[in-house]
Write a protein that binds this ligand. Structure first.
Ligand SMILES: C[S@@+](CC[C@H](N)C(=O)[O-])C[C@H]1O[C@@H](n2cnc3c(N)ncnc32)[C@H](O)[C@@H]1O
Length: 144
């Protein structure tokens, strides 16, 4: 808690705080008001998601391919449009669960206002493969 209350100034400090929050808060939820994991998996509490050696290993592995990763602070739908004609592009699409007025995605994410119909239309136009995650809701099945 002391660590999370500290003001982070540098990008490195901010990055560390983000991963610390993601690994110790309930469900990895970073939204305001999120609380610490209580029981965690198998009653391991915070340790069920905070395993420093493995996390460090993952970061080292990511560093190997970091120059091939392009982070964009952008609208994912526009990015999909940009690559739609490229048959070698593959997509992992993980939108907020708000289709059909569902609340889960609204509660969890600040950016939850998404045009799901448009997203499904865009998926249809993709030449490459894609994997999309959604809740098992009637509205979603209809669009799919
Ligand atoms: C289910 S979460 C994705 C979680 C992510 N796959 C992960 O493992 O951390 C949905 C995310 O979609 C983001 N989002 C909503 N609308 C978006 C858009 N138009 N473009 C890009 N991201 C968007 C939200 O900010 C939210 O973080």
């Amino acid at each position: 808690m002391d660590e999370l209350n500290k003001t982070s100034k540098t990008q490195r400090e901010k990055a560390f705080k983000t991963i610390l929050k993601n690994r110790t808060l309930h469900g990895g939820i970073l939204a305001e008001g999120s609380g610490f994991l209580k029981h965690g998996e198998n009653g391991k509490g915070i340790r069920s998601r905070w395993y420093p050696e493995t996390l460090a290993k993952r970061l080292f592995n990511m560093a190997q391919v970091a120059d091939r990763i392009d982070f964009r602070c952008a609208d994912g739908l526009r990015v999909m449009e940009e690559f739609a004609a490229n048959k070698d592009a593959v997509y992992f699409i993980d939108p907020p669960y708000t289709a059909g007025g569902k609340k889960a995605g609204k509660r969890l994410y600040k950016y939850n206002d998404l045009d799901h119909e448009r997203l499904f239309k865009l998926c249809k136009s993709l030449k490459g493969d894609f994997l999309i995650t959604y809740d098992n809701a009637e509205e979603v099945k209809e669009m799919a």
